[in-house]
Design a protein around this ligand. Structure first.
Ligand SMILES: [Zn+2]
Length: 392
């Protein structure tokens, strides 16, 4: 094991990134037998988002009775999830209110990003989403079981670096991932039906959530990037994928392949051969290795500009029916800024506007993510928080 875990100085992610954005919409109805759990989550969510509150504040905020709140707070304090932080200093008569907060030092989270072309990356995060330590492991062409073993090595180094109990492990993986965390298909890693969630849960005895990398990125963008509730995130890297949120809820699709737009053929004019056997897939125009190769082979600035514009137009052509059918408000791009931001993004938005109904889609916006390269790890951590504590 040669993974080196680097402690973060914290300077790069000051503030409380997890707590600044918006919560995910719950995707299921609350049944009576789940009411207590739902109310627990409401209390935790209120403290998570708003910071220190009194019991009375929480009751007001959640609409729960004072008795219910006191009861739940007692339970959460006994579990170490909620702590008393002191008394409110105010001039009101009577006994000053005791303030409570989520115990932000109760747990740490392991977040892992398997979408990189050359490295697996991971981080140890606190409950507010700040990176405490990072680790990377060169992929070196590993496929199949060898790739799985590298994920285990990476997670081992991060779990060992934890200075508090680990709440769970979140993993963003390329390819098609089902709700049980089985990677149904990830050709670049040689995985087909790989039970990654189970492998990690058995190995570490911790809650594990494995989701598609672009879906993780979309969740991160929604939780901390201030994205619209009806949005699509396009992730451009080794391949091309998309994550969709409709009304704040992630969309997985009937066979968990929603957003797999990389192998949609764009146009009727042929195009380059794709690894999947077809010609002219979106990836052949837009994936980073393809774009870099085309730019390297071009001999003038004009030719380079044309390559970027063409890639942007093909993306716009592929997305226009989706934007039109779902009436999306926002498209966010995640990937190398030097390739995506500029002529490529401009050509995409021009193409989208030209191909959709201006009166309903004219205010559509397209922008780069502001979350940089930690986007997948942070989205994976959101899934752990949401799954274990009901907060996001
Ligand atoms: Zn293809």
């Amino acid at each position: 094991m040669t993974t080196e875990v680097q402690r973060s100085t914290g300077a790069a992610n000051a503030g409380r990134p997890f707590a600044t954005g918006r919560a995910l919409r719950p995707s299921t109805k609350v049944l009576p037998e789940h009411a207590r759990g739902h109310n627990r989550s409401l209390v935790l969510q209120t403290l998570y988002r708003a910071g220190t509150q009194s019991r009375a504040d929480i009751a007001r905020e959640t609409g729960l009775t004072r008795v219910t709140v006191s009861d739940l707070v007692a339970e959460l304090m006994a579990e170490g999830l909620v702590i008393e932080t002191g008394q409110r200093e105010d001039a009101r008569p009577g006994k000053p209110a005791t303030l409570l907060d989520l115990n932000r030092e109760a747990f740490q989270i392991v977040g892992v990003d398997l979408s990189g072309y050359s490295d697996f990356r991971g981080a140890l995060l606190d409950l507010d989403g700040q990176v405490i330590a990072r680790a990377e492991l060169p992929l070196a062409g590993s496929m199949g079981r060898e790739a799985t073993a590298k994920v285990v090595d990476l997670v081992t180094s991060l779990v060992e670096a934890a200075t508090l109990p680990v709440l769970g492990i979140g993993v963003g993986s390329p390819g098609v991932v089902d709700l049980a965390g089985i990677v149904l298909s990830a050709p670049n890693l040689g995985w087909s039906g790989e039970p990654l969630q189970q492998v990690l849960a058995d190995r570490f005895g911790l809650p594990v959530i494995v989701i598609n990398d672009a879906n993780a990125a979309a969740l991160a963008e929604h939780s901390f990037g201030d994205a619209d509730s009806d949005m699509m995130l396009i992730k451009v890297g080794h391949g091309v994928g998309a994550g969709l949120l409709l009304d704040g809820t992630p969309l997985f699709g009937s066979r968990f392949a929603a957003g797999e737009i990389g192998h949609v053929v764009v146009g009727t004019d042929g195009g380059a051969a794709c690894a999947c056997g077809k010609h002219g897939c979106l990836e052949t125009w837009l994936a980073v290795p393809r774009l870099e190769a085309a730019l390297a082979a071009s001999d003038s600035d004009d030719a380079k500009l044309q390559i970027l514009r063409e890639a942007g137009q093909r993306l716009g052509i592929a997305m226009a029916p989706v934007v039109g059918a779902l009436n999306l408000a926002e498209v966010v791009l995640s990937g190398p800024t030097e390739l995506l931001d500029g002529p490529l993004a401009e050509a995409t938005i021009e193409t989208l506007r030209a191909r959709t109904m201006a009166e309903f889609h004219g205010d559509l916006t397209l922008r780069m993510t502001t979350l940089g390269e930690d986007i997948v790890m942070r989205g994976a951590a959101v899934m752990v928080l949401s799954g274990q504590l009901g907060v996001s």
